[in-house]
Structures are given as C-alpha cells and as structure tokens.
Write a protein that binds this ligand. Structure first.
Ligand code: PRP
Ligand code: URA
Length: 209
C-alpha cells in the first residue's frame, strides 16, 4: 500500500470507535461523521500554500500569512459522502461543492452513476473527494476518473474507513492520488462490506434501514 495517510489523532480514533458501534443511533452517527470530517480536514489541508501579508494590528504592523494559491473544491460521493460536507465547510467556508451520484449494484458491486454536477471552474481547483467508505474501491476509482476527465490535476481522497483491497485498487488505478483515512480494515465480506467496518454508511447516516 502506498499514498496512504492514516490519521490517528486520539480524538479521531475515539470518535471512529463510537461510529463503528452498532448501538450508535442515526443522530449521533451523523454528528460523529461531521466531527471526524472536520478533524481530518485539518490534516488534509496541511499543504495549502500561504503568502505573506502585512496586517495592521492595534499596536503595529504584523508580517503574517494567509492562504493563497489554488482554490479548493470538495466533492462528496452521494449519498454517504454528504455527511462529510458540513465538517469540511466549517474549515473551508469558501470551498465550492461538486456532487457525484454513484450507487453500488448489490449483485455486481459495480458503481452505477446517476448524477454529476461540478463547480464551473473545477479545473482551476484542487479537489478533495469525500466518501466515508472505501470498500472494493470501485466507486472512488470512478469518481476520481470523472474528475480527472474534467482536467483536474490535484485530487485527494478522504474516507473514514478504508479496506486494504480498496487502497490497493486506488493505488493501481490512480497512483497519483493520496488517500486520507481514519482506519484501515483488512478485508471485505461476500457482499463487499468492510469487515468489521461500520455497516452501511448511507443507511446509518440517513436512517433508511
Ligand atoms: C457506499 C459508500 C461508497 C461505496 C463504497 O455507497 O458510500 O460510495 O459504497 O463501496 P466500493 O468501494 O466497493 O465501491 P453505496 O453504494 O452504498 O451508496 P449510498 O451511499 O447511496 O448508500
Ligand atoms: N458501503 C458501505 O456503506 N459500507 C461498506 O462496508 C461497504 C460499502
């Protein structure tokens, strides 16, 4: 496995444990996904470029820094990626949000695209794709390809739980993409679910099962 950043801050690890718990209800699950996304966003944005500026304080001139350079876009993969948007927007209120609608066919496990809408200037942005689960990696791989086809050069993938096979798939299909995750699980079951994972992220976020 390469290009993987496992974010193991104690707060993130603690919240991931609560998120995995079968007894965590929909409200708490949603809050945890938002909180973890904000904490992870702090690391995912660590390489944003800065420029020096002069700021007038009440007692003098401070030579200090502000964010500059390329703007950021975030792209949740529907549905479950939606739960990660607000946490990221708390850090980056000016980020534009694109959407990619994909669902995984329950029999073939292949991703099926049903909706896509990107910011008009997506090719000028660095993009962070949001999806809580990287299972077979099929959905993330298709999402990355879609965005690459829009001439975006710098794409990061941010997920909460990644499987080893999912990471390997992204390494193979997109060796230029860095993956940020809060946990790495060994395997998938026969239905393509991450084991032990946390179950179906979309259903747990939206209370649909
Ligand atoms: C889940 C998850 C990912 C995908 C991961 O979405 O949110 O998008 O599965 O699986 P993969 O790595 O094997 O492709 P799902 O298809 O359940 O749709 P949903 O978010 O609408 O529930
Ligand atoms: N999608 C989910 O929501 N959970 C998994 O474990 C795998 C795919």
């Amino acid at each position: 496995m390469k290009n993987v950043h496992l974010l193991d801050h104690p707060l993130i690890q603690h919240k991931i444990s609560l998120l995995r718990d079968i007894n965590t209800d929909t409200k708490e699950f949603r809050e945890l996904v938002q909180e973890i996304s904000m904490l992870m966003g702090y690391e995912v944005t660590r390489d944003m470029t800065l420029k020096e500026v002069e700021i007038e304080t009440p007692v003098g001139i401070a030579r200090t820094k502000v964010i500059s350079g390329k703007k950021l876009g975030i792209v949740p993969v529907l549905r479950a990626g939606l739960g990660m948007v607000d946490g990221m927007l708390q850090l980056l209120p000016m980020a534009k949000v694109g959407h990619i609608g994909l669902y995984r066919d329950p029999v073939t496990l292949q991703p099926v695209e049903y909706y896509c809408k990107m910011p008009y200037d997506v090719e000028e942005r660095d993009i962070v794709i949001l999806d809580p689960m990287l299972a077979t990696g099929g959905s993330a791989s298709v999402a990355i390809k879609y965005i690459k086809d829009k001439n975006v050069n710098n794409i990061k993938l941010m997920c909460l739980i990644a499987s080893k096979p999912g990471i390997e798939r992204i390494n193979k299909d997109h060796p230029d993409v860095e993956i940020y995750c809060a946990a790495i699980d060994e395997e998938l079951n026969d239905h393509g679910y991450i084991v032990p994972g946390l179950g179906d992220a979309g259903d747990r976020l939206f209370g649909t099962k």
